[in-house]
Design a protein around this ligand. Sequence first.
Ligand SMILES: [Zn+2]
Ligand SMILES: [Zn+2]
Length: 140
Amino acid sequence: MTATLDDTRLSKNHRLVYDIVQEQGVGRHLPMSDLYELARTRRPGIGFTTVYRALTRLRDLGMVSEITLPGADSAFYEAAGPAHAHFRCIQCGNVSNVRFALPPDVVTVVASELGAQVSDSVVSLLGRCHTCTTSTTVAS
Ligand SMILES: [Zn+2]
Ligand SMILES: [Zn+2]
């Protein structure tokens, strides 16, 4: 079960960060630096560490998804939603949602082969996005 605001007591700052991520919606992937800027416009003086701690806690509560992608400098944060994969453009860095998740039975088989408990799976695709592949700009 995903925690909800009703059964989780969040501090004001955590609530603010949660609201900001929630307002972006599923499909928007913001690095912490962007979330920090948004938080500062709402609450000038809020600390970087405070936003970081809020994101860590919200992630641990399953209320916010933390996405780390190969080649990306930093993690992205997204409103918690249905499991999906991500495509990252290696040229412009744009991140898009991909409607794909490992089928549960595949995870079950892999887990039993490993004799392990699988708690999470991450599927990432890399390449060049439509805009970059159709761009006529010649890199110099
Ligand atoms: Zn691109
Ligand atoms: Zn996503």
